[in-house]
Structures are given as C-alpha cells and as structure tokens.
Design a binder for this molecule. Structure first.
Ligand code: SF4
Length: 141
C-alpha cells in the first residue's frame, strides 16, 4: 500500500517549505493522542533525568501497543512549558508534524493546517521523498 501511495502524484510533488517556529500551537491545541513508541521511552526518560517507570507513571497513559503523553485539561502536552521540555528526545509523531498523512490528504487540508502552524511556508523546502517518508512513518498514528 505504501508503495502504491509513493507512486501517485501529489500537490507537494515540488516539495513544501517548513521550518518550526517553536510557537507551541501544535502542542497546546485541541486534545489528541501523542504516540510514544517503545523505543522512544528511554531517550525521553534520560532527557528528563527520571526512570522509565517514573516517566510512564507521571506523564504517560497506555495507548495502542505503547503509550501516549498526558495532557492537561486544556489539551496542553505535559511536556510543554515555555517550550518543549523534551525537544531533543521528542517522539516521531512530534518530529514529523506537520507532515502527517492526515494533513497531506489534499492541498485544501494543508492550507487549513497552515492557518494554525506558522512554520508552514517558511524555511527550507522539504522534498516529496522526505515528506512521504515522514507521512508513511506516522500514517498509523
Ligand atoms: S505549530 Fe508549527 S511552528 Fe508552531 S510549534 Fe508546531 S510545528 Fe512548530
């Protein structure tokens, strides 16, 4: 299926410009799941200086085959303070944003996401191949 998706034409065949402004809009908006893969637990725990069991107990809840990050009542990621406190170890779902499959379904959907993400349209152009790699890696999330 991914091979079929890679063969077709997309509105982003010439690439898309994006550079994160670290504004936090995607970390603090509507509630959602923030998938943390099993292999991502130890790097996040190390980044915080806690054990993996303490990380799970304090910040995560069970989701799919692993965990998701807890949010506060307003939908704010618990790791967001003045900025992302685990930026260097943030999960793939966060690193791949805004190049999520669901955001790339159409140019109209991409324009909608752009209204909430000031990094879209800024910075370096990401190639079609790089975008598809990120979208493919996160398409089950
Ligand atoms: S909304 Fe866009 S610019 Fe702001 S932190 Fe998220 S990815 Fe970066």
């Amino acid at each position: 299926m991914v091979a079929d998706l890679a063969a077709r034409a997309y509105f982003f065949d010439q690439g898309l410009r994006f550079a994160c402004r670290r504004c936090g809009a995607c970390c603090t908006g509507a509630p959602g799941t923030i998938y943390v893969a099993p292999a991502e637990l130890a790097p996040i725990a190390t980044c915080l200086g806690v054990t993996v069991p303490d990380l799970i107990h304090t910040y995560l809840y069970s989701f799919q085959d692993s965990y998701s990050i807890r949010e506060d009542k307003r939908g704010r990621c618990l790791f967001f303070e003045a900025g992302c406190t685990i930026y260097e170890a943030r999960p793939l779902q966060c690193r791949a944003f805004p190049f999520w499959f669901r955001n790339l379904r159409s140019e109209a959907r991409w324009r909608e996401v752009q209204r909430e993400c000031p990094g879209i349209g800024q910075g370096p152009r990401h190639s079609r191949e790089a975008i598809l790699a990120l979208a493919g890696a996160t398409m089950t999330i």
